[in-house]
Structures are given as C-alpha cells and as structure tokens.
Write a new protein. Structure first.
Lengths: 103, 103, 217
C-alpha cells in the first residue's frame, strides 16, 4: 500500500508559489536537527526523523506545519533513543507554560 | 569504514533493470510510482548505508550500491501529455533492482 | 503553514537581500513551539548542546544562500574546463569557487538546447542546502512533490516556463544520498560580462529548474 508521504504521481492542485521567511523558532528546530545528527553527537539520524515524520500519519500534512512535524519527530526520536523521557518532557513543557503564562 | 563493507555492484550504466514490486512496512526510499517499472542504469553513485535500517538506528551495513535509474515518462504514465523523450531519474538502492529485459 | 504579516512574492532570488526572521509571538506559543523550547532547554541542561551551538548553527544556515550556487554557475559559464570538472565531480569543483562541500554528494545537471532539468524530492523535501540555503515552501508542498514527476511541463508552465516539445524534460527525484543543482543555460546577450555580473542573473529558481536564468537588463 502506498504510504501517505509517497506522493509522486498523485493528482494535486496548482502549485502555490509562495514562501515565507522562516520564523526564529523554525530555524531553531532546524538547528536542533543539524546539531543532533552531527558526527560528534549522532543522537539521531535523518532517516529516523523521516520515519517518525511518516509515522505522524496523513493528517499531519494538513494540520501541522513543516517545522511542527520536524520538532514532533525530533522529540519522538529522542524518546526512542532514551535521550529524553516523557516525564521530564512533560514537566519541562508545563514549566515553560507557567513561565510564559500560557493557560 | 572500508570498501570491504560494501556489497559488490551488480549493474553497470546502460543495463536494463526492473524495480521490484515489493510492498513491505517500514521506512522505504523507493517511490511507489516506479515499483514494478523498467528503466536503464544511468550511473552508479557509490555505496551507502541502507536507509531502511538507519531509520531504526541500525548501522545499515553492508553498504548498498546506489544507482540512478532513468525511466521514460510515456512508460510511467498512461496518459503522459509531455514529450515522448521526457524522462525521470531516480536514485534506487541495489536490493530494489533486478535485471531487466533488453529493449 | 502560518502566513507572515508582510509578504511579498519571490519568484526568484536574484540578489541576496535578507529578510529579518519573523519575531516569535510569545502570546500565541503553540504546543509545538513549547515543545521546541522544552527540548532545547532539556538538552542544554544535560550538556548535549549549548545555546552558542544553536546560535552558530543558525548563523551557518543563514550564511548559505543561492548566491553560492550562482557563483558556481557563473564560473561554469565562463570556463568550459571548470564546467567539465563540475559535471564530473561537483563536490571537488565547488571548492574552487569557495563553496564548502555538504554532507551529501552533489550532482550538477546541465541544461542545454536539447535538455531541461527539474529537481524534486517526492518523498520528503531533500534539497541542496549547502549551495542554495533553505528551500522555499512550494518545493516542500504536496502539489509540487506530487506533480513534478507526473506532469513536469504543466508545473513549469505554472512558474511561467515553457519548454518546447523538441527539448527533453528530465526530472530528478532526490530520493537518497545525492543532491542536485541545475546548471541553467547561459542567457543570450551576455558575452563579455564579468563573472560577478553573470552570477546576478542566476536565480535560485533556475538552479532548481523551474525557471531559466534571467536575461541581462
């Protein structure tokens, strides 16, 4: 069965010829990917990230932006590798939420 | 990593090949639109660790020969509306290729 | 994909003016932006990365622009021996104009009067970042990834590029470890121009293959 990310040849609409200037948080996600996959760390491989992006499911392409998919995949990969735990991620996200006063 | 870690190339530029019509789960880099299709080896790119294995944090050895394979567009798409000479070239790992029939 | 508040069309990047990144709007931090902050802070606390690492990585990323690719193309236009080296072994040849090799092997494909090349990654968004910088949104879009291999001439028309039927359109699907740079045809009326002036005509879109290089003014 064709996986949802394997799009070559599928019908689609016209190409929306647009681009946006990358937001700083998006560049930080990209930086994380580059830093973590660098030879001196090897904490993840681009192939693991791709697998985890594919694993987000077909809806992810409609509901998440490109870098949202990347940070979700980076986090999942770090969880798999045992670099981060769900517990510490959960606590840190709540701490950031409180600090930034986000309900 | 020494050259001994790579599988020997089976194909040379100009050889007709066919992409295997397999459909396994996992992280694959052989696009759906060329599965089962016939093309010609354009060049050997070198030997690289298998991304299907790298995606699960396995080393992906022995390294697989990677080829660029040229396909003729009218043969890929039933109602191709471009020029008869149009082509697509795709990078494909050796384990996805079998010998094709000389046209 | 969120829209910037002030957007202007970029059909080509013919001069490397930089846009300031959109400021993060802290009052609308989404879940994934929170995740990015959390991951970065945890990794920093564990000593895996430093803030300086992140800053430098972004600086390196920002320094890579299509101007690098344009230098390579302009040199190939004026020096046929260089062009031959570039087509044979791009990773080494780009060093001759001061462009650093990337993590992936570069293949340069040449447009001629008989051949027009177009690059896509149908499976994700592989792009020759080390010579072109970050890719435009449209390159990563469903429509481009689906249709570039299936109906390249229609896609090219949407970019305003018409390729006659006696010219082969060759699409390169960047599925594995290679990255591709299109060497566009040198425009007419450019003889005697300096390399620097020629580089100004080489647009990012012409190096992806959706457009031709600009004509001289």
């Amino acid at each position: 069965m064709r996986s949802h990310h394997d799009m070559g040849g599928l019908p689609a609409g016209t190409v929306e010829i647009k681009e946006h200037d990358y937001a700083h948080w998006e560049k930080r996600v990209d930086a994380l990917m580059v830093l973590l996959s660098a030879p001196e760390r090897r904490m993840l491989r681009v192939d693991e990230l791709r697998r985890n992006i594919e694993g987000l499911g077909p809806d992810a392409y409609e509901t998440m932006s490109y870098y949202e998919r990347w940070i979700a995949a980076i986090t999942k990969t770090l969880l798999e590798r045992g670099v981060l735990s769900s517990d510490e991620l959960g606590r840190k996200i709540e701490a950031v939420r409180a600090r930034e006063k986000i309900p | 990593m020494s050259e001994a870690d790579a599988l020997a190339p089976r194909f040379r530029p100009g050889d007709p090949v066919r992409v295997r019509r397999a459909d396994p789960p996992g992280h694959l880099r052989t696009p759906w639109y060329i599965r089962g299709r016939s093309g010609v080896i354009e060049r050997l790119c070198g030997a690289y660790a298998n991304p299907e294995e790298l995606a699960f944090n396995r080393p992906g050895y022995p390294r697989q020969p990677l080829y660029r394979v040229r396909f003729r567009q009218p043969e890929l798409w039933p109602d191709y509306s471009g020029a008869a000479s149009d082509t697509v070239e795709v990078e494909i790992y050796q384990h996805w290729l079998e010998p094709g029939i000389k046209p | 994909m969120s829209a910037p508040t002030d957007r202007h069309e970029h059909h080509d990047h013919d001069h490397p003016h930089r846009h300031p990144p959109r400021a993060d709007s802290d009052d609308r931090l989404g879940y994934y932006q929170l995740m990015e902050i959390a991951v970065r802070e945890l990794l920093t606390e564990k000593g895996i990365i430093t803030q300086e690492d992140v800053r430098r990585a972004i600086e390196t990323m920002d320094a890579r622009t299509p101007a690098h690719g344009a230098l390579i193309v302009a040199r190939a236009w004026v020096d046929s021996a260089y062009k031959a080296r570039l087509l044979r072994d791009a990773d080494t040849a780009i060093g001759e104009v001061g462009v650093a090799q990337g993590a992936y092997k570069l293949i340069v494909v040449e447009n001629t009067q008989h051949l027009h090349n177009l690059v896509v990654c149908t499976l994700c968004s592989c792009y020759p970042r080390f010579v072109l910088g970050l890719p435009p949104d449209w390159y990563k879009s469903r429509a481009y990834r689906s249709r570039a291999v299936r109906e390249p001439r229609a896609v090219l028309r949407e970019f305003g590029t018409i390729v006659p039927d006696d010219v082969e359109v060759r699409v390169h699907d960047s599925t594995a470890d290679m990255r591709y740079l299109v060497l566009p045809e040198r425009p007419g009326g450019t003889s005697g121009m300096s390399e620097a002036a020629l580089a100004e005509l080489v647009t990012r879109d012409s190096m992806i293959g959706v457009a031709r290089a600009r004509d001289p003014a």
